[in-house]
Design a protein around this ligand. Sequence first.
Ligand code: THG
Length: 368
Amino acid sequence: MSPVLSISRRLRSTPFTRRVTEAGVKGYTVYNHMLLPTMFESIEADYHHLKRDVQIWDVAVQRQVEVRGRDAAKLIQMLTPRSLKKMADDQCYYIPVVDETGGMLNDPVAVRHSEDRWWISIADSDLLYWIKGLARGMNLRVDVFEPDVSPLAIQGPKSNDLMARLFGEDIRDLRFFRHRKIEFNGRQHTIARSGFSVQGGFEIYVEGTDQGEPIWDALFEAGQGLNVRAGCPNLIERIEGGLLSYGNDMTRDNTPFEAGLGKFCKGAASKDCIGADALRQDLEHGPKRQVRGLAIAGEAVPPCQDLWPVFVNDQGVGHVSSAAWSPDLLTNVAIAMIDRAHWDVGTHVTVQTPSGPRDAEVRALPFI
Ligand code: THG
């Protein structure tokens, strides 16, 4: 028998877990101390379906850190080298969050409701404590807490049709990384055009655990004839799309410039951001290494559970952190951190995989 995950109060279920189980989930990972589905039919079958139809994803693990109060905007600008000055009350921004060494603590989506009310929709690290610590240590006039909000993503090319059926035609006009309120069951929820795939779609920030199953059921009801299925962030699709996974593809050892997030660090020179001084070197001279795509030759590689060393002429030049066979590109696709001297697109390298050394070629991200 293969090992099982023992689920308890610490390993939190979500408002959608019962429905996810009923839908036949086959694999889970743990993210923010909570269950995140990784597979339904198979990673390849889920991938083809996501690219053709529409899926409903339990991404409640994208927990919200709510920051409320007169110093909210000031505190959030301290977290990130991305300038938030022009951000409107209906916008979401992808923001690298760095510590005083310039190391990445998280790569959340910031959701601005108003000057004094924000959500930070976090990746897998305990950012709540960093933000609470800053608020307390600096005597800021804010409350910082995790609200009862659970994102549900609707992803895939038919996501517009599905959402229009349930929430009306106007929803088609919602722009990328903008949000608005919708009403369901007499309750208000925030809905954004966003999500962890490059197929397009929406995220509903479901307010209230008790609303999870009613919204899930309504989406499946509305999706009849659209081949709607339960799904989850897909390993192959996210590598092809160049979407990075915090804790896998970048960690506290990396600056956002190394993670390829330099375009979100234009405010890195500003004193408002805690990591500004530490980031100056990378801002002025560029990073010493950076995230790249790799096309790895040969048959399908096994899952990447540890870093795979990358070599050029027996010299270590980086490592692979995520890899999968791409059925559409007919090659293995991977995300790697590669030293500057070898990161040019087209460079030939060798990857030490668990199934032996493989030839590989540096590619730009995204692959597609
Ligand atoms: N949605 C929400 N919260 C999240 C994620 C999400 N929290 C954790 C994790 N995913 C954070 N990671 C990402 C990575 C990339 C994007 C979103 C979240 C993304 N980026 C676009 C890009 O890079 O082109 C848009 C960036 C922008 O314009 O600001 O979509 O998926 N709620």
